[in-house]
Write a protein that binds this ligand. Structure first.
Ligand code: MET
Ligand code: ZN
Length: 729
């Protein structure tokens, strides 16, 4: 029955970046959305990017080329289109695809959330009991044909049915207890049809991505799905790709099906029962698609040998790393981006597996006992109990329901242009810094005029809340063009944390004290927390992540101390990414949360009792980690709430559930904010309730911010007044 399929290519990648080496797709998308260019221009750019990718991969010597890894927005959204899972509210829209992605007037987009533990965000499909699935294979078929015309035979890549349903949410109005996975058999009918359409097109192999295999509890559905799909007579051969972790107990589930090939992410170690896959092709994911470091070829060959694999691939799609090192001069000899990784894969396929002579470690990548110079982390703050701190902070003289913002004020085109000019040497430091001071003055004056209680300087000097700190700390490098897709047309340029992190000099003190010099009200110093800095960087792999994070915490701690010494009484250390590094398997989560909290407490624990420490979290899902947020022990915590509509956990300390959704140009009315505050007062005592937006204001305009904050201050005033005069209730 099972046949060894030795026609699988010796070298391949599971996927490739698609935004374009110079972000061509971003620019084309934004031109199309703004009406500056037509659909045909967008299509042309897409076609050119696909052609360039296939040509480049072939030139580099890659044997198996994937197709359908291109996307105009997101591969999960593409999959919803592929099976026609388009919610009714989009069907009438002129362009349902982009309506689902971005919304149109009066129609909200699909929810967006993180793709496993990466910084890529996908759109969450809505599946209900009545969603009518239908095979719409146009896109993968078109890409197969397009590649053929260019002389390439490709392997279409589809998000697998189990992952698709597990990542979906129940459509609004679904009955209690319904989950999208209940629809697996109906969806499998459609996948059977898709596979037969691809077979009819002459496609030899299809790749079905099932990263859900590395999370808890996916095995029964996977076993069922692949028994059905593989049992179907008219289909291409199937490669099931598992990635982002150790496949663990899901491996036997796949092994009882007759899929021809399985791709394993071996960067997390070789599964103990890999033997069960004997008789089929194991594709060794030994070149990490998540890191930017050069691959240790000896170790990779040993992993191949241990897994019995002769086929080599990236551990996951290379979507998560930048295109190439061309034009970069950082860390010579140490880095590999997508193109360089492809060259490594080709080299490994030529070299073949080689059992390690002795001690090559084939376990996970986390190096144990790596001679760390770290002190043992106690996780204990040096600060007193909250009540003692609150008493010491009383002389801040804040009113009940103090109003504050999250840090950034609008980043004007003028400031961005000035930063570019300064970076390019077209203007002097004095010119640049005096412009920044002007911006700070503007933000402070506005906040005073509006009657905000705890002011911020507005962060005009920061291009990005992580990159700014990376640029001012030793141990980080920043790329010129190392863009990685975050979602849709949005890209980030993660810094590279490559060495020991040290803070050569104070970073933010100059700007915070300048702002404080302009006002008698307290100015809040603004720092990015250690977990967030690490989560949004590419991080060295030769040290355990917790040690690396503690080193960053050391640097933040020094900055906290210096701000305090310079007279800043309120300091916010943001941790919006606290949940992002949460391990995919439940069994690993507590350990992570313990060290993440310890790092935060180390960063802030040097502050005296009279210094008020704030933290901030956004991107929702905070509820999943609310015990950890509480354990951060900040005096005040602000949490996104207006957008996600979720309540926030009540801590025995200050808490500011966001009352203004800053992601939307919409201005919340005073009445609406008042209602939110009244609702918050049902669970949060007035002495602990803070009033603030969901997040920073940098993407908004000054006009919007002024109008919205006017309403925020007025609402806080109205609620205060109603509390003082109960007769008005
Ligand atoms: C993503 S959280 C952003 C926090 C930062 N202090 C800001 O206001 O922009
Ligand atoms: Zn935020």
């Amino acid at each position: 029955m099972r046949s060894v399929s030795d026609d699988f290519p010796v070298s391949t990648v599971l996927g490739y970046p698609r935004i374009g080496p110079d972000r061509e797709l971003k620019h084309a998308l934004e031109a199309y959305w703004d009406g500056r260019a037509g659909r045909d221009h967008l299509e042309r750019v897409g076609r050119r990017l696909r052609a360039d990718t296939w040509r480049r991969l072939a030139e580099l010597g890659l044997d198996g080329l994937p197709s359908n890894t291109f996307s105009f927005y997101d591969q999960v959204l593409d999959t919803a289109m592929l099976v026609d899972a388009v919610p009714d509210r989009y069907r009438e829209c002129a362009d349902p695809y982009f309506a689902m992605a971005r919304g149109v007037d009066g129609v909200a987009p699909l929810r967006m959330t993180k793709w496993f533990d990466t910084n890529y965000h996908y759109l969450v499909p809505e599946i209900g009991p009545r969603t009518r699935f239908r095979a719409v294979a146009d896109k993968p078929l078109a890409e197969v044909r397009e590649a053929r015309e260019l002389g390439h035979e490709t392997r279409p890549v589809l998000v697998g049915p189990v992952t698709f349903l597990r990542l979906a949410q129940a459509a609004p109005g679904s009955p209690d207890g319904f989950t999208p996975v209940d629809r697996l058999d109906d969806l499998l009918d459609v996948y059977v049809r898709l596979l037969s359409l691809l077979a009819a097109e002459g496609v030899g192999w299809v790749q079905l991505d099932e990263p859900i295999l590395v999370t808890d509890g996916g095995s029964p559905a996977v076993r069922h799905a692949y028994r059905r799909l593989a049992g179907h007579p008219r289909r291409p051969k199937l490669l099931v790709a598992s990635y982002f972790g150790d496949i663990a107990d899901a491996l036997p589930a796949l092994a009882v099906t007759s899929v021809e090939a399985v791709a394993l992410d071996l960067t997390h170690g070789v599964p103990e029962d890999v033997e069960l896959l004997r008789g089929r092709t194991v594709v060794a994911g030994v070149v990490s698609g998540r890191e930017v470091w050069r691959t240790d070829l000896d170790r990779a060959r040993a992993l191949m040998a241990a897994a019995g694999a002769t086929r080599v691939s990236s551990s996951c799609s290379l979507l998560h790393v930048p295109y190439s090192l061309r034009g970069e001069d950082i860390l010579p000899g140490r880095l590999a981006f997508a193109e360089e990784k492809v060259a490594e894969i080709v080299a490994l396929a030529a070299l073949g597996p080689k059992a390690a002579p002795g001690a090559v470690d084939t376990g996970g990548t986390a190096v144990t006992g790596a001679g760390s110079r770290r002190r043992p982390d106690t996780g204990v703050t040096e600060r007193s109990a909250y009540a003692v701190r609150a008493a010491a902070q009383r002389d801040l003289n804040l009113p009940t329901l103090p109003v504050t913002t999250i840090g950034s004020f609008p980043q004007t085109a003028e400031v961005r242009a000035a930063r570019q000019a300064f970076a390019a040497g077209r203007s002097s430091r004095e010119e640049y810094e005096s412009l920044i001071e002007r911006e700070i003055g503007r933000a402070v004056a506005l906040q005073e005029r509006l009657g905000i209680d705890v002011l911020v300087h507005g962060e005009p000097e920061r291009n990005d809340m992580v990159q700014y700190f990376a640029e001012h700390l030793d141990g980080f490098a920043v790329t010129r063009n190392g863009w990685v897709q975050s979602y849709g047309s949005r890209c980030t340029r993660p810094p590279i944390l490559h060495g020991d992190v040290r803070r050569p000099a104070p970073i933010t003190v100059r700007w915070a004290t300048y702002a404080q010099s302009l006002t008698g009200r307290p100015v809040k110093g603004m720092l990015t927390g250690p977990v967030t800095i690490v989560a949004w960087s590419f991080v060295r792999a030769d040290r355990p992540l917790r040690d690396v994070t503690m080193q960053v915490a050391d640097a933040v701690r020094e900055e906290v101390r210096d701000l305090e010494a310079a007279g800043i009484r309120v300091i916010q250390v943001d941790e919006p990414a606290l949940r992002e590094l949460l391990p995919l398997r439940k069994g690993d989560q507590d350990e992570y949360l313990a060290w993440a909290v310890a790092a935060y407490r180390h960063a802030t624990g040097g502050a005296g009792d009279a210094t008020q420490i704030h933290t901030h979290l956004c991107y929702s899902n905070a509820a999943d980690v609310s015990a950890a947020i509480d354990a951060l022990d900040a005096d005040v915590t602000s949490i996104e709430s207006a957008r996600s509509g979720t309540g926030v956990p009540g801590f025995g300390r200050g808490l500011g559930p966001g009352v203004y959704d800053i992601h939307s140009p919409r201005i919340p009315s005073r009445a609406e904010i008042t209602a939110r505050l009244q609702r918050a007062l049902r669970t949060i005592p007035a002495e602990r309730l803070w009033v603030n937006p969901d997040c920073g204001l940098k993407t908004r305009t000054y006009e919007q911010v002024e109008e919205a904050l006017t309403n925020v201050v007025a609402a806080a005033g109205a609620v205060r007044a109603s509390m003082e005069d109960p007769g008005h209730r």
